[in-house]
Design a binder for this molecule. Structure first.
Ligand SMILES: *Cc1c(COP(=O)(O)O)cnc(C)c1O
Length: 487
């Protein structure tokens, strides 16, 4: 399997090279030149399924290598119980993707990416130190830090919007150990962080300078193929569980709703469909930052809008990087057309999305109030507690059903454990927690709902803060140079 650029500006490369590079030098994202067929099947463990799917894409990896990587990533220590269980609520299955070490779905990919990267670097004969630059809207940061900390030959620098993540998310990041980790708060929003990181990746002069010093950049954001690929697996796994639970017969179509930010998670679902997973519609759920709702339903991607800080901060994004990979499909693999659109986005902040998007996608949004109502209703009806991101998806899935008369079984990707956002969950449920302190709020939530806190969050308030750098958004490039000792 070869990997090509969404912008038709790079020669096809093997998986190891695509993963090592992270993104296409000069702009663009790697994607597989074709999608291998794979039929859903029941009765496989998560690990068995992952090995089968990875073998189709990582054709430059041996079976033994893939097997060892999967066992190391999805081990009992990282996922003590089920890896990604589906919880049935009538004709909806909530696919819980937050059973990993940091309580967010990012673990599903970031527990395995460092293994992919180490193996890929070895294959490419690359002995340079790899510097992973991460821009995070909250959850990626901690998940990447946990995945990469103390990995030989790798250093990780993580930027987050100083006032744009939850108190607990920030706390989780700032208490990260590891002798190769840096966490930096930025006065700005997520798009500032992501934009600066992208510019660093495209800075050829800086890269030359670093290369001389034995250092290369790479990415742990979902622009890296090694991060997207693992996400395909759990949609097959979710489908199999729905069949096993008697929600549908093998081969029947489901719909999938995903609370969306950078468009990685929902794109992985779409790729699963291209491989043969029976899916009718992909429902893209957004919060107040509904740029994708408009892109899908009105056909115009326009970033010229107010940026809201919401109760679902991991979806507070205006420029969804992975949308570029979908555009490549919608433009019938015309990379030059995609390059033009991305150019328009950069220069005018707006471009037209092909109408073909509405064949498979529906876009909807739910603001904080509406998501809170859905969260409460879900708890009252099913005694099931979901987090504010998942609640956005629950609300939008309902809207889709009402608007479409489409009653196919629904799979909803649940992207965070509710204890990651205890204040918003308490507010939605009307639980008076009478405190500002996030741990006290989490305890109130636990007492009021008789549910247990996720292990990732227990005791995080007692850990020492190990990172305290805060910089202006204009100084990100300077900061990286300083950290790496180049001027
Ligand atoms: C990252 C994240 C999302 C958005 O996922 P994308 O792949 O970026 O679309 C949604 N919810 C939570 C909790 C997240 O951490």
């Amino acid at each position: 399997m070869k990997y090509i650029s969404t912008r038709a500006n790079y020669e096809p490369v093997e998986a190891a090279k695509a993963i090592t590079l992270g993104m296409v030098p000069g702009g663009g994202l790697f994607l597989p030149e074709s999608f291998p067929a794979f039929a859903p099947q029941t009765g496989l463990s998560y690990q068995e399924l992952a090995k089968k799917i990875f073998a189709l894409y990582l054709t430059d990896f041996s079976e033994e290598e893939i097997s060892a990587i999967v066992e190391a990533a999805y081990c009992k220590e990282a996922f003590p119980a089920a890896v990604a269980p589906a919880v049935r609520l009538d004709d909806t299955a909530i696919l819980e993707l937050w059973h990993g070490p940091t309580a967010a779905f990012k673990d599903m990919a970031l527990q395995i990416l460092p293994h992919f990267m180490t193996a890929s670097r070895r294959k490419c004969g690359d002995n340079d130190e790899t510097v992973i630059l991460v821009a995070t809207s909250g959850d990626t940061g901690k998940a990447a830090l946990e995945g990469f900390k103390d990995v030989d030959g790798i250093r990780i620098i993580c930027f987050y919007p100083k006032d744009g993540v939850s108190a607990l998310q920030e706390r989780q990041m700032l208490t990260t150990t590891g002798n190769n980790t840096s966490v930096i708060g930025v006065i700005g929003n997520f798009d500032d962080c992501q934009g600066a990181v992208k510019r660093l990746f495209a800075d050829e002069a800086l890269k030359d300078e670093l290369k001389t010093a034995g250092t290369v950049f790479s990415s742990a954001n979902s622009i890296n193929w090694g991060r997207l690929l693992p996400q395909i697996v759990y949609y097959y796994h979710g489908y199999a569980q729905m069949v096993e639970q008697g929600m549908l017969k093998m081969g029947e179509e489901i719909n999938i709703t995903v609370p969306t930010g950078n468009f990685g998670n929902i794109l992985a679902a779409y790729y699963a469909w291209k491989m043969g997973l029976p899916v009718g519609k992909f429902i893209c759920a957004s919060n107040e930052n509904n740029v994708l709702t408009d892109a899908i339903m009105a056909g115009v991607y326009n970033t010229d809008r107010v940026f809201y800080k919401t109760d679902s901060p991991s979806m507070d994004i205006l420029v969804s990087s992975n949308f570029e990979r979908l555009l490549y499909e919608l433009c019938e693999h015309d990379g030059e057309k995609v390059a033009q659109m991305m150019n328009d986005l950069q220069e005018k902040g707006v471009y037209e999305v092909p109408d073909a998007i509405r064949e498979k996608f529906f876009g909807g949004c739910a603001d904080g109030k509406k998501a809170a109502v859905a969260l409460k209703a879900c708890y009252e009806k099913y005694n099931y507690l979901c987090d504010p991101h998942t609640a956005v998806a629950v609300a939008v899935a309902e809207d889709y059903r009402a608007a479409s008369n489409d009653s196919a079984p629904m799979l909803i990707a649940s992207t965070a454990n509710p204890y990651k956002f205890p204040a918003a969950v308490c507010a939605a449920l009307g639980i008076d927690c009478g405190s500002e302190d996030v741990m006290a709020i989490a305890e109130s939530l636990s007492a009021a709902t008789n549910t247990e806190m996720h292990r990732a969050l227990i005791g995080v308030d007692k850990l020492p803060i190990l990172h305290d750098t805060v910089i202006d958004r204009a100084d990100i490039a300077e900061c990286v140079k300083k950290q790496l000792g180049v001027e």
